[in-house]
Ligand binder design. Sequence first.
Ligand SMILES: CC(C)(COP(=O)(O)OP(=O)(O)OC[C@H]1O[C@@H](n2cnc3c(N)ncnc32)[C@H](O)[C@@H]1OP(=O)(O)O)[C@@H](O)C(=O)NCCC(=O)NCCS
Length: 217
Amino acid sequence: MKDIVIVGHGGLAREVAFLIGEINRATPTWNLLGYIASDTESVSKTVGRHTVRGTDEWLSKSTKEIAVAIAIGQPSRLRTLHERFRQNPRLSFPNLIHPSVTGDWERIAMDSGNIVLNNASFTTDIKLGSLNIINPGVTIAHDCTLGGYNLINPGACLSGEVVLGDEILMGTGARVLQQLRLCSRSVIGAGAVVTRSIEKPGVYIGIPAREMNKVRA
Ligand SMILES: CC(C)(COP(=O)(O)OP(=O)(O)OC[C@H]1O[C@@H](n2cnc3c(N)ncnc32)[C@H](O)[C@@H]1OP(=O)(O)O)[C@@H](O)C(=O)NCCC(=O)NCCS
């Protein structure tokens, strides 16, 4: 069993603790040490079934080999924390995939640190960069390519050949039609349907998705 910590101690972090428990139930793999907080006040607090083990500072100075799952629901922060922790060669970032997730695994490539929660569904010829968080019930169709640090909220659907940049937040239930490209740091509101490629960072809502400040001007 390898030691692992979860960075964060909010709702998403508790979901990742559940994910690690489910992976262990299928194949004993991880010894979950607990959560990591940014502040010292939270250390030793109990959160759900586990405790806060240490701070970001403590983890970044670890002299032990520890696997790290970053469970923070903010794309830009995912990148910042990854850049900090990857300076320590003893820290690693495994892909954590719930046993219920389906996919043509021989034709799916993932870098590292991706978190894929229960009942997400991949088909074939899909590429993911690092530290994407794929929430329950997300569907990712053939030939999609995702960069890194994207937060795809529950039930969102990416149609075939969609290309995502980095640090995108896709709201729950949002859908992207086939062959579209979404630029880095775009935000897609819950329930939106993206029918055109998005070339400029901003917040896009509605059906069809339009830039929020234009919809509401
Ligand atoms: C689009 C979004 C990013 C906007 O956030 P925000 O800037 O804080 O917006 P606000 O909540 O202040 O809402 C501003 C207005 O936009 C409307 N609005 C917000 N989100 C909307 C959406 N997804 N679709 C349509 N309208 C939306 C609100 O009703 C509000 O309208 P009002 O002024 O008439 O009351 C956010 O609402 C969203 O959809 N985030 C995704 C959330 C998600 O996926 N949660 C699941 C977590 S697991």
